[in-house]
Design a binder for this molecule. Structure first.
Ligand SMILES: [Zn+2]
Length: 423
């Protein structure tokens, strides 16, 4: 039975992959609706032939990799259970130490290493693809260093969560999801607080803006938005990527706006001020806090569903999955699998709310800077430097886009421009 379930899962995954290959490469129409042809959102007006071709090609492959990678995780966790690997990891952990906590740590280490190795080919393909298309400029060694930091950071985080989680499961079979959720609130806030000062600096260097002339302009804008100057940072990204970005991160006294140096290098001052005003909106309207609140609400529902599904799966397929009891550490792959599935299922909703915030930020930014020409050309440059599709396929938009498509963003600005001219 276990073998049959494994074969079904693999066949299911292959069919799913083929569907998305067909959908992205043959079915989806990413050409512009005719009413936008020749507008400023039309990529043929600002990209050359080669850039146009690369944009489509790169986006299609990247989208396919996106849709392949998450369900691959599910498949791996499923097979780890089915073929008794999880049981074996647990046995090895018990053989190496007599301390319960250390056993959990060793089990988690084996599982993490296995999952990392199994997903490594796809991560490597993503990296080398970005390199081929000249988006990433990172050497393999530098990329691998980031991967190693990622691995240990993840391992460390789960090492705090997992023992507590399984202890709660043992103590309260019916309410662990609720207690777990309550504990996750201070933990999440603490991690969000540490993110910009402890975690992010592990990867890159952060410092106040280098260009002092530009800094004066940005701080004048920040002043208008009532943001204290010490919350604006520059990060050194140009030695790893050609893409442009800026973002808001952290909470409380660690809240900050970060500009990638690539953005500062490739855009002119007026374009940067528009991007900056966009980020200021996120800061001023406290989008991060709404994000955390939404995330906590969703995770309450998610943990409850995980509890229900774990019990159901253990009752019905316990023998095949080799889980005798949901509160046994060997059920961890099932926990990870369900969690990842629920996150994926929730992503259309979370992306939708994020796109709403992004639209607000664009509107705020254009009202603040009143320079549609700079705003439009900055988005055009963003499209070029990241080789992003102006009009992505519907499923890509629903599952992947935390920002509105460039078609939506640029045409909104164009409408603003027309409206202002007719005033
Ligand atoms: Zn934004």
């Amino acid at each position: 039975m276990a073998r049959k379930m494994g074969v079904y899962a693999v066949v299911g995954y292959i069919l799913y992959g083929l569907f998305f290959y067909w959908y992205l490469f043959y079915f989806a129409d990413t050409s512009l609706p005719f009413e936008y042809e020749g507008s400023k959102a039309d990529p043929t007006t600002f990209l050359n032939g080669r850039e146009l071709m690369l944009t489509e090609e790169y986006s299609k492959i990247r989208n396919l990799l996106f849709f392949l990678s998450t369900p691959l995780e599910w498949l791996i966790y499923f097979l780890v259970l089915l073929f008794g690997l999880s049981k074996a990891f647990k046995r090895w952990a018990e053989d190496s130490s007599k301390y319960k906590l250390l056993q959990k740590a060793i089990y988690l280490l084996w599982l993490s290493i296995f999952a990392y190795v199994a997903t490594f080919p796809l991560s490597y393909i993503s990296y080398s693809l970005a390199k081929t298309y000249n988006i990433s400029t990172q050497t393999f060694a530098a990329w691998m260093k980031d991967e190693v930091i990622d691995f240990w950071l993840n391992f460390g985080t789960w090492l705090i969560i997992v023992p507590v989680l399984y202890w709660l499961m043992k103590k309260s079979k019916k309410r662990w999801w609720l207690y777990g959720w309550l504990l996750s609130i201070p933990f999440t806030l603490f991690m969000m607080y540490l993110q910009p000062v402890v975690i992010d600096p592990l990867y890159n260097d952060f410092y106040p803006l280098k260009n002092k002339e530009l800094e004066t302009k940005i701080l004048a804008l920040a002043d208008k938005a009532e943001i204290p100057a010490r919350h604006v940072f520059e990060v050194n990204k140009s030695d790893e990527t050609n893409a442009l970005n800026a973002y808001v991160t952290g909470i409380g006294s660690n809240a900050r706006i970060v500009l990638w140096d690539t953005t500062l290098n490739k855009l002119n001052d007026n374009q940067i001020l528009f991007i900056m005003a966009h980020e200021m909106c996120h800061y001023v309207e406290k989008h991060i806090y709404f994000g955390i609140a939404g995330y906590l609400l969703i995770s309450l529902l998610g943990l409850y569903l995980t509890y229900r599904i774990m019990n159901l799966a253990t009752r019905r397929w316990g023998k095949e999955l080799k889980i005798s009891d949901a509160s046994d550490i060997s059920s961890l792959p099932l926990f990870f699998m369900i969690l990842s599935m629920l996150l994926f299922a929730a992503s259309p909703f979370t992306n939708f709310t994020s796109r709403y915030q992004e639209t607000r930020a664009d509107k705020y930014a254009i009202e603040m800077t009143k320079n549609p020409e700079a705003a439009i050309t900055s988005f055009q440059e963003l499209t070029r430097s990241g080789l992003s599709q102006v009009n992505p396929p519907l499923l890509v938009k629903i599952f992947r886009y935390t920002h509105p498509s460039m078609l939506d963003r640029i045409s909104m600005l164009e409408e603003y421009e027309v409206k202002e001219r007719n005033k």
